[in-house]
Design a protein around this ligand. Structure first.
Ligand SMILES: [Zn+2]
Length: 241
């Protein structure tokens, strides 16, 4: 099955997490110059001070997705120790997600259509009490994005509530193009997840890599359909996969 339009062999979605300032300052100008749209899974402490710029990005067709309200992750991460997933139950997680959706709806006039699991982690609680919150995402969104996954998504096989994403931070262009090429034979959907764009020591894509990747994806000769998370997920769903 090939759900992608215009003779494209593969689909590519660029995603950026946490509403880092470098996304406004470095990523958006590059994406806009190439005429490509991306999905931004935002965190509110960083969105609120620059809300007009985020509204403008949404107005240009970029997607603003849900990344939860308080970004709970495993307490194995020091930053999450005050708000660990191990201490959540499903009702608390649902409240956290719904609060973020309500704020996005208030900000943009429409609720978000996709979600990115903070830290790519999909469970609340611990041990015999642990529970997957994938069903909460399946009930609310067209797609839920993981992180540091090891595959593209295969139409007809993948679960949209567990859409896999490669970690694109620190990657060079040949590595990213190889991931795209690997998916061509089965018309896969490649989702890339990044954080900062710039010269940051960790969790960053270099601007020239993003620039060259956009040029590659925008060149019709490469037969790549570049779309937001919601567009790609909805395209697969309407194609029956
Ligand atoms: Zn995050």
């Amino acid at each position: 099955m090939n759900p992608w339009p215009g003779g494209a062999e593969v689909a590519l979605t660029l995603t950026f997490d946490d509403a880092r300032p470098s996304q406004l300052e470095a990523a958006l100008p590059i994406l806009n110059r190439h005429g490509l749209r991306a999905t931004f899974f935002v965190s509110f402490p960083t969105v609120e001070p620059r809300i007009e710029e985020w509204r403008e990005a949404a107005g240009r067709g970029h997607e603003i997705g849900n990344h939860s309200w308080t970004h709970p992750c495993s307490g194995n991460f020091g930053f999450a120790r005050g708000n660990p997933l191990e201490a959540y139950d499903l009702a608390q997680m649902a409240d956290d997600i719904d609060r973020a959706s309500a704020r996005i709806a208030e900000m943009l006039g429409a609720p978000p259509r996709t979600f990115a699991y903070p830290c790519g982690q999909k469970y609340v609680g611990r041990g015999v009490e642990a529970a997957s919150y994938v069903p909460l995402i399946a009930q609310r969104f067209a797609a839920g994005r993981g992180f540091r996954d090891e595959s593209h998504n295969t139409p007809g096989w993948f679960d949209p509530a567990r859409t896999m994403a490669y970690d694109a931070d620190g990657a060079d262009l040949p590595t990213l193009v190889a991931l795209i090429d690997r998916a061509r034979h089965e018309h896969g959907w490649i989702v890339l997840a990044s954080h900062d764009v710039g010269d940051h020591p960790t969790q960053a894509m270099r601007p020239e890599v993003l620039d060259n990747l956009c040029a590659y994806a925008a060149d019709p000769a490469n037969r790549v359909w570049c779309a937001t998370m919601a567009e790609a997920a909805e395209r697969v769903a309407s194609a029956g996969g």
